[in-house]
Design a protein around this ligand. Structure first.
Ligand code: SMO
Length: 768
C-alpha cells in the first residue's frame, strides 16, 4: 500500500488556518525587539536627473534615526562589471557595465518607484511622514514608454551605452521557407506587462551584531539571497545568515533578494540598528519586478491541407529600466517557440530593450507562457486562414509520440510527450462537437451572447537548470522521528506535506513523525530553491535519495543488532519495523536502529538531473461574449496537464487551479499600464484588475501521467503548467466567439473595451 498518489491533506494548513502564518512582518524574535522601521523615498518621475537631496526637514522630525542616500554607501564597492556568469541557476547575472543598476539612485532615476533614499525611524508611521519631508530635486528627462519607443527614441536611459538595446539575438530574415507555402499569415501579438501580485509583498528584516549579518527575507531561496548579499555587501558567506519564514506567494518575483532588500540589510550594518521593512501594496505595484512585457511579430506559413511548414517569431523584450535577467526570458521564449509542433523551419530571435518602467523578471512561467501564447494564436490564425478546425490543424502538426526524445529546431530536447492523446482527451471531456453545434445555433440565431471555444496544446520546459540540482539532509533520531532539511524553500506549494510523504513511503516512518525544515542558511548552507517548476523533480528526488541512503545504513545497523545477514533484513514500510525474513518475532523499531548508532542515522545528499523535463497538456476554454458590451464570461475550463506521476493530487490540483487563475487573469483582465510620461496608471488594486473567484468557474481537471526517465520519481513540474496552458485557450476562445464577424485577433487582456472595439470595427468594415 503506497501513500504516493493519494489525496493527503496538506499538513501545513491547520497552522495556517488557525494560528496563521508567520511572515517576515509577523516575526517576534528577540533579535528584532525594538527594531527601527525603514521607509523608502521613491522616485515620483519616470526619468530625471537628480540635482539635489535635502533631508534636513526630515531629520528634525520626531523618531527619525537617519536618512540615507547613495552618498552614504561609501562602504560598498562599485557594481562589478558584467561577468555573464549565472546567478544561482535562474539565468544570467544582471547586466553590468554602462547598464548596471545601483542600490539607491545616484544621479538619475529611471522608473517611478525607484528607490532614492531610505528614512529610518523608531516607528512605522513616523517613517511615512518623514519620507514626505525629504526634498529631492528632479530635472525631468524625456521618458521612454513601451518597447517600440525604446527602439527609436532619441532619449537614452544609459547615454554611455549609446542605445536602449542591451542585448540582441537577431531573427533570421530568410523568407525562402515562407515563399514555399500556399498560405502565410503575419501578426503583431502583445504579451502584456503583468504585476506578480503575491498576497504578501516584499519584506525584509535585518540585524548586524558581532560582525554577523542576519537577514529575514520573504524569498523563494535563502541560499541565493545569501550569495547576492555577499556580492553586494562584500561579505563572506559565514558572516551572513538568511532566514526565510513563511512566504505568502512569490511567483518568480521573490527569487533571491532585490535592491530594496539589499538596502535594508546594508542599512542595518551601517546604523547598527535592527531594521524592519514591509512594503505597502502601492509600493509593491511599482517596486516589485513585473512579468511578461513582450511584443512579438510572427509569421506562420503552410499548405491548405493543414500542414505548417514555417514559423518565425521576433521578440522584443521590454526589460523595464534595468535588465535584471538579461536575455534570459526571451531566450526561453525562443527556445520554446515551436511548442508541440513538428515544424520544418523555425526562426526565432529577440531584442531586449530598456524603458522607463519597473524592471521585468520571472513571473510564473518566465518566458515560456509567452512562447505558448503566441504559437497557439499563430496556429489559430493559420487555421482560420485555411478554414480548417483548429483542433484538426493541431493534430496534423503534433510531434508524433514515436519521435521522442525529440530535438526541436530551436534546440530543445523534449523527453516524452503524448500531445494528440492529451488533445483528444480534453476535447472529449469538454464535449467539443456539442459545443461547436451550440455555437452554430447561437450564430444562426444572432444571439447577443455568442459562444467561443478555445484550444491550446502546450509543452513547457521545467527544471531548465536541473544540473544545478537540489539538496536534502535526512536524519532519523533515536526516538524514531525524522527531520528533513531541504534546500527547496516553499512559498505555498506544500513541500512539508510532499517531503513527509516521500519519507513515509520509503522508510515507513509515519508523516506525523517527520519534520521538514527549510529556509535557514545556518541549518541548510547549500540549496537552490523553488522556481522553474523544479521542486519535486529535484528537491523531492533529493529527499528520496536521502531516504534510500538512510535505509541502506539502517539495514546494516539492523543486521548487526539482529545478528542476521544484511540480505535477510527487510523493512516493512507499513509497520515501520525492521525484520528478519522468515522470523516475524525478530523485529526492531526505527528508534532502536537509530539508537544503535553513535551519531544517529543521517544522509546528506544532493540530486542533480542531467536534463530538463517537458510537461505538456491541452486546455479547452469555453466563453460567452456579450456582443453588445464586449463583456467576456469564462463558462468552463477543461484541462489535461501531464507532469508525470502525481505524488499528491491535492497539491497538484492546487497548482493547476492557481495556475489557471493566473493565466485567465492575463487573458481577460490584468495589465500594467503607463501614461505617455511613464507614470504608472495601475499602482493600486482599484486600478489593477487582479482576478478574483467571481470571474472564474470551477475547473474540470482530467488526469494524464506520462513519466520521465530523468529522475527516480519519474516526475515533471506542475507549478507553471496551468498558466501556460490556460492563457492561449482563453484568448483563443474569446476570438473564436466573434470570428464569424470577421475578427482574427484581439490582444490580451480581452477587456470589454477591447472586445467591443473589435466588434464595432468589424461591423463598420462590413458595412462599407
Ligand atoms: S517564474 Mo519562476 O519562480 O521560475
Amino acid at each position: 500500500m503506497s501513500i504516493l498518489g493519494t489525496r493527503v491533506i496538506r499538513t501545513e494548513d491547520p497552522r495556517l488556518l488557525t494560528a496563521g502564518a508567520v511572515y517576515v512582518d509577523d516575526l517576534r524574535v528577540p533579535e528584532l525587539d525594538g527594531a527601527a522601521r525603514v521607509t523608502f523615498v521613491r522616485s515620483p518621475v519616470a526619468h530625471a536627473r537628480i540635482t539635489g537631496i535635502d533631508a534636513s526637514a526630515a531629520l528634525s522630525e520626531p523618531g527619525v534615526v537617519a536618512v540615507l542616500t547613495v552618498q552614504d554607501m561609501t562602504d560598498l564597492a562599485p557594481p562589478p562589471p558584467d561577468s555573464g556568469e549565472p546567478v544561482g541557476g535562474e539565468g544570467p547575472a544582471p547586466l553590468g557595465g554602462p547598464w548596471s543598476e545601483p542600490l539607491l539612485a545616484a544621479d538619475t532615476v529611471r522608473f517611478v518607484g525607484e528607490p532614492v533614499a531610505v528614512v529610518i525611524t523608531d516607528g512605522r508611521y513616523q517613517g511615512e511622514d518623514a519620507a514626505d519631508l525629504v526634498t529631492v530635486d528632479y530635472d525631468p528627462l524625456p521618458a521612454v514608454v513601451g518597447p517600440e519607443a525604446a527602439l527609436t527614441s532619441e532619449s537614452l536611459l544609459f547615454p554611455a551605452a549609446g542605445s536602449n538595446i542591451p542585448l540582441t539575438s537577431p531573427v533570421s530574415a530568410d523568407d525562402a521557407p515562407f515563399d514555399a507555402c500556399e498560405v502565410v499569415v503575419e501578426q503583431a501579438i502583445v504579451n502584456q506587462r503583468l504585476a506578480c501580485m503575491p498576497l504578501e509583498g516584499r519584506a525584509t528584516a535585518a540585524t548586524f551584531e558581532n560582525g554577523k549579518l542576519t537577514v529575514w527575507h520573504s524569498s523563494q531561496n535563502a541560499q541565493l539571497c545569501r550569495l547576492i548579499l555577499c556580492g553586494a555587501l562584500g561579505m563572506a558567506p559565514d558572516q551572513i545568515r538568511v532566514i526565510v519564514p513563511d512566504v505568502g506567494g512569490g511567483f518568480g518575483a521573490k527569487v533571491g533578494i532585490d535592491r530594496d532588500g539589499l538596502v535594508v540589510a546594508w542599512a542595518a550594518r551601517k546604523t547598527g540598528r535592527a531594521l524592519r521593512w514591509n512594503e505597502t501594496r502601492s509600493e509593491n505595484l511599482v517596486g516589485m519586478t513585473q512579468g511578461r512585457a513582450q511584443l512579438h511579430h510572427i509569421k506562420i506559413g503552410g499548405n491548405r491541407d493543414g500542414k505548417i511548414l514555417a514559423y518565425r517569431i521576433d521578440v522584443i523584450q521590454d526589460s523595464g529600466a534595468y535588465s535584471r535577467m538579461g536575455g534570459f526570458l526571451p531566450m526561453l521564449t525562443c527556445l520554446m517557440a515551436p511548442g508541440v509542433y513538428d515544424i520544418p523551419a523555425v526562426q526565432a530571435g529577440y531584442r531586449v530593450v530598456v524603458t522607463n518602467a519597473t524592471p521585468i523578471s520571472a513571473y510564473r512561467g518566465a518566458g515560456r507562457p509567452e512562447a505558448a501564447a503566441t504559437i497557439e494564436r499563430a496556429v489559430d490564425l493559420f487555421a482560420a486562414e485555411i478554414g480548417m478546425d483548429p483542433a484538426e490543424v493541431r493534430r496534423r502538426n503534433f510531434v508524433a509520440p514515436d519521435k521522442f526524445p525529440f530535438q526541436t529546431k530551436t534546440g530543445a530536447l523534449y523527453d516524452s510527450g503524448q500531445y494528440e492523446e492529451a488533445l483528444d482527451k480534453v476535447l472529449a471531456g469538454a464535449g467539443y462537437q456539442e459545443l461547436r453545434k451550440e455555437q452554430e445555433r447561437r450564430r444562426a440565431s444572432g444571439d447577443v451572447r455568442q459562444l467561443g471555444i478555445g484550444i491550446s496544446s502546450y509543452v513547457e520546459i521545467t527544471a531548465a537548470d536541473g544540473a544545478a540540482g537540489e539538496t536534502a539532509k535526512l536524519e532519523v533520531a533515536d526516538d524514531g522521528t525524522a527531520t528533513v532539511y531541504t534546500g527547496s524553500s516553499p512559498h505555498g506549494q506544500g513541500h512539508h506535506t510532499a517531503w513527509a510523504m516521500l519519507v513515509q513511503e520509503e522508510l515507513g516512518i509515519p508523516m506525523d513523525k517527520v519534520t521538514v525544515v527549510h529556509g535557514d542558511t545556518d541549518l541548510i548552507p547549500v540549496g537552490v530553491g523553488t522556481y522553474a517548476s523544479r521542486s519535486l523533480q529535484l528537491g523531492g528526488s533529493a529527499v528520496h535519495k536521502a531516504a534510500v541512503e538512510v535505509k541502506d545504513e539502517a539495514r546494516r545497523q539492523a543486521a548487526d543488532i539482529l545478528e542476521a545477514a544484511e540480505a535477510d533484513v527487510v523493512l516493512d514500510t507499513i509497520s515501520g519495523l525492521w525484520q528478519v525474513r522468515g522470523d516475524p518475532e525478530a523485529s526492531l523499531t526505527w528508534a532502536q536502529v537509530a539508537g544503535h548508532t553513535s551519531g544517529g542515522l543521517v544522509a546528506d545528499v544532493s540530486f542533480a538531473a542531467d536534463l530538463p523535463t517537458f510537461p505538456f497538456g491541452a486546455h479547452v476554454s469555453v466563453v460567452e461574449v456579450d456582443t453588445e458590451t464586449g463583456k467576456v464570461t469564462l463558462l468552463r475550463h477543461v484541462t489535461v496537464d501531464d507532469a508525470g506521476p502525481v505524488l499528491n493530487p491535492v497539491l497538484a490540483e492546487g497548482q493547476r487551479h492557481g495556475g489557471i487563475a493566473q493565466g485567465a487573469a492575463q487573458a481577460l483582465l490584468e495589465e500594467v499600464l503607463y501614461d505617455a510620461d511613464g507614470n504608472p496608471l495601475t499602482s493600486t488594486l482599484a486600478d489593477y484588475a487582479a482576478i478574483t473567484a467571481a470571474e472564474l468557474p470551477s475547473y474540470e481537471l482530467l488526469a494524464s501521467e506520462t513519466p520521465t526517465t530523468v529522475n527516480p520519481l519519474g516526475v515533471k513540474g506542475i507549478g507553471e503548467a496551468g498558466t501556460i496552458g490556460s492563457t492561449p485557450a482563453i484568448q483563443n476562445a474569446v476570438i473564436d466567439a466573434v470570428a464569424h464577424l470577421g475578427i482574427r485577433h484581439i490582444d490580451m487582456p480581452t477587456t470589454p473595451q477591447r472586445v467591443w472595439t473589435a466588434i464595432n470595427e468589424a461591423q463598420k468594415a462590413g458595412n462599407q
